[in-house]
Write a protein that binds this ligand. Sequence first.
Ligand SMILES: CC(C)(COP(=O)(O)OP(=O)(O)OC[C@H]1O[C@@H](n2cnc3c(N)ncnc32)[C@H](O)[C@@H]1OP(=O)(O)O)[C@@H](O)C(=O)NCCC(=O)NCCS
Length: 192
Amino acid sequence: MTGAGAEVLLETARLRLRRFTPDDAPHVLELDGDPAVVGPTGTFLKAGNRIPDATWSLTHTLGRFLAANGRDGPFGYWLAEDRAEAAFCGWFRFTRDGGDPAVVELGYRMRSALWGRGLATEGARALVARAFAEPAVERVVATARADNVGSCRVLEKAGLSLVGRFTGDGDLVRVAYACERGAWAGAAAPAE
Ligand SMILES: CC(C)(COP(=O)(O)OP(=O)(O)OC[C@H]1O[C@@H](n2cnc3c(N)ncnc32)[C@H](O)[C@@H]1OP(=O)(O)O)[C@@H](O)C(=O)NCCC(=O)NCCS
């Protein structure tokens, strides 16, 4: 188990969200090395949608996660592991790096072998609730490629609504989602 002793943000029925540690390098390399995972994000579109090399993943991806640990209270990047076995499932972004302490940005990537089991939705819903547990937070936001149907569906199921479309990274059309504190369903049973 690579995350022994790492701070835990929250647990859901199936997931535990904990801090990344340097020992999580193999997990980061696995996700960054899977074209099915990185392709739909658009992150590497400028580079022809190539997957990043290991050096980039360890410095940029894992380095960014580790640097964010503890810098902004509960915010940062959280590794999702299965509660029963502590097996790696993916990660969630839960950051306020837009400079506005009232706005939290959500993101996620799951191991492709685990897609379709509701895990991203489960984690995203818990993080929206966790965001609004912070009195300073007024809005949860996220962006996705317009053609990333799965990601958009996760956001909708987590309580966010489509608020805009924009073009970035060349011709790439992206969609923006948001949920305001006043519109959030809170503890009410989420709609399926
Ligand atoms: C997007 C992603 C996180 C979804 O993870 P997941 O655990 O499979 O999502 P869930 O099982 O919670 O699915 C949520 C909903 O999306 C739907 N969905 C998931 N992937 C889909 C796809 N490729 N096409 C259509 N619908 C999809 C599911 O059917 C479900 O909707 P439903 O309950 O109405 O059936 C995962 O596919 C992934 O890691 N993708 C690559 C990285 C990525 O795109 N991240 C987001 C960047 S913005």
